[in-house]
Design a protein around this ligand. Structure first.
Ligand SMILES: [Ca+2]
Length: 207
């Protein structure tokens, strides 16, 4: 507690307009993004386990229940029973998106879990997944992160969730409603699976 505040509380000085600098919410952030913001996950149901669903899925079967997979299947959820499975088929685009409102912050960080398993792990980039922030018209505002079949160890490698952690500048669309979108595109051969779970999109430097 500051000396001034202590004196104020002790009745030795006037308390009017005395900020409590021990309150971290009163300390300006240093990321140039304006006021300190809270650490609320901007994504609804980033773990794919709850309702409201939050996401719009196309096709509608992107979220998988680990309990419904064959017992000899290696994949499982990182949190709860459900996870998102992009790719996994031929000649198909899969999209999950949801509207978010970005607070007044200079940067956002995306954390969570991912895994890539591909038939073809070298040579050409055949299948991709992109995580992006787009505007109402679908125009790209910021590329967040992405993976391809070349990011896989192999389709038969031991399944193990990997940590996802990336930061992106958000000042151009701070305080605006935008869309967070995940898009996988698989071509006609050599299947690739892109798995995600436990996604959190939060301001950096938040409290
Ligand atoms: Ca989950």
């Amino acid at each position: 507690m500051s000396r001034l505040l202590a004196l104020c509380l002790a009745g030795l000085v006037a308390c009017a307009n005395v900020p409590d600098y021990d309150d971290p919410r009163l300390i300006p952030d240093d990321d140039g993004g304006g006021d300190v913001v809270t650490c609320t996950n901007l994504l609804v149901n980033g773990a794919f386990d709850t309702t409201p669903v939050g996401w719009t899925f196309n096709p509608g079967d992107i979220v998988k229940d680990e309990r419904q997979l064959p017992t000899d299947h290696p994949f499982y959820a990182s949190s709860g029973d459900y996870f998102a499975w992009f790719g996994g088929s031929y000649n198909q685009t899969k999209i999950a998106s949801q509207k978010i409102t970005v607070p007044n912050t200079a940067k956002l960080k995306l954390t969570g879990k991912y895994f890539v398993a591909a038939v073809t792990t070298a040579g050409n980039m055949e299948d991709t997944v992109k995580l992006e922030i787009v505007d109402d018209a679908g125009k790209l505002l910021t590329f967040v992160t992405g993976f391809s079949n070349l990011d896989s160890v192999s389709e038969t490698a031991t399944f193990l969730w990997k940590d996802l952690h990336t930061e992106i500048p958000s000042q151009p669309f701070a305080t605006k409603a935008v869309t967070f979108r995940i898009t996988s595109v698989n071509d006609a051969m050599n299947n690739t699976n892109f798995l995600f779970d436990s996604l959190e999109l939060k301001p950096t430097g938040c409290l």
